[in-house]
Design a protein around this ligand. Structure first.
Ligand code: CA
Length: 396
């Protein structure tokens, strides 16, 4: 079964009013995703997603102009040789960012085809599921325009939103920091703690908004507030800084969403820079590479909790791999987060996540169910796809 055609769809959903939000690195006024659709000569169709938000036109160009000519006519079922061919071809000018984003969506689409061809969900082809549901955490507590000039109001906004996630069934929330003054952000996180109580699982994410000194101050305050992990305190290049923070702070250090492939993740692991590794399947090289990263992490006794931020295709791909991540370590009574993965479930407004997949993803108590259908186990809503598509390209 060979690859007959490759299509990409650049999707966009504009956000308006209070749906717009800020994090430490800027403002989100829209949500964007690049979907990859591969069709075989036998008519099977697989879907993938390439890259994580931000500009995606360059990823689309790379897919069609650089990778598609090598891909057309290749076996659709042989994900390893295809991955190896694309990586080796792009090594001299690739290895990170755009070329690997591009490969990720192709690899996910081929796994979707493999699953559909076998009549099984992807996690069964990966060796089987350790779980049929996964404890999800709400990613939220972002900033809104008015928070920038009203840090007191920002505190009550955080309290209100934390209560909303708890009332929706979540037992864990990750909130954003790094945009306001340190004391204002600590007040926001203290307010979140006060709102949900001492037993509730809380994490926080600075999106690499601090230097080493500030990160130490913030990390100590977060530990006092009982936060579980401190995500991307430092820029991703500062692996040495992450490793020293990890020695200095009690709170767990999480990072990995800005790193690529087994080679990039190995740098983090070998340097003992993280307590929790967070690859993004739509960016790090796809499901093929995700499996290798999970194996590497296990050899360094480091749990993996995937970074998940895209459309419903990214969510489905991440759920499939999460099913196949072994407990870290084994116990007779597995519990998240001590030895089971947590699953990132972004709660900001994103029609590309909520409307694109027929049926969507629904929290059951505080868990998400691993899709059991063939391949990724989800169906694209073609009307939603057409509605949000701003540019499509076809290679055949
Ligand atoms: Ca993050």
């Amino acid at each position: 079964m060979n690859i007959k055609q490759l299509e990409t769809f650049l999707l966009e959903a504009k956000l308006s009013g209070d749906d717009r939000f800020y994090y430490s690195q800027g403002r989100f006024a829209d949500r964007r995703s690049l979907l990859v659709k591969i069709t075989t000569d036998e008519g099977l169709v697989g879907w993938g997603e390439s890259g994580v938000s931000m500009p995606l036109e360059h990823v689309q160009t790379f897919i069609h102009d650089a990778l598609a000519p090598r891909l057309l006519g290749k076996s659709a079922l042989q994900t390893e040789p295809v991955w190896h061919d694309l990586y080796s071809f792009s090594r001299d000018f690739g290895r990170k960012a755009t070329p690997i984003d591009a490969m990720s969506g192709i690899d996910i689409a081929l796994w979707d085809i493999r699953g559909k061809e076998a009549g099984k969900p992807i996690h069964l082809l990966m060796g089987g599921a350790f779980r049929s549901t996964v404890r999800a955490y709400a990613t939220g507590l972002y900033y809104h325009e008015k928070d920038l000039t009203d840090p007191v109001g920002a505190v009550s906004n955080v309290q209100e939103e934390a209560c909303r996630h708890r009332d929706a069934g979540f037992s864990a929330i990750k909130g954003k920091i790094g945009l306001l003054a340190v004391q204002d952000d600590i007040r926001r996180m203290a307010a979140a703690r006060e709102a949900v109580g001492d037993e509730f699982l809380l994490m926080t994410d600075a999106n690499h908004g601090y230097n080493r000194h500030t990160a130490r101050t913030v990390g100590r305050a977060l530990h006092e507030l009982g936060f579980y992990w401190f995500e991307e305190p430092l820029v991703p290049e500062d692996i040495e800084g992450l490793a020293s923070l990890r020695q200095e702070l009690e709170i767990a250090i999480a990072a990995g969403e800005c790193e690529y492939t087994r080679y990039g993740m190995l740098d983090l692991l070998r340097s003992q820079a993280v307590d929790i590794l967070q690859p993004d399947i739509s960016a790090c090289g796809g499901l093929s590479e995700g499996q290798k990263i999970v194996a590497l992490a296990s050899s360094h006794q480091t749990p993996v909790c995937l970074h998940v931020w895209g459309s419903g295709i990214s969510v489905a791909a991440a759920l499939q791999l999460t099913a196949a991540i072994p407990p870290m370590p084994h116990t007779a009574n597995p519990r998240a987060p001590e030895n089971e993965p947590l699953f990132e479930f972004d709660r900001t407004r994103n029609p590309l996540r909520d409307d694109l997949i027929a049926g969507g993803f629904n929290l059951e108590v505080d868990q998400l169910r691993i899709p059991q259908g063939h391949g990724l186990g989800v169906e694209i809503d073609e009307d939603a796809l057409k509605h949000h598509c701003v540019t499509s390209r076809l290679s055949q």
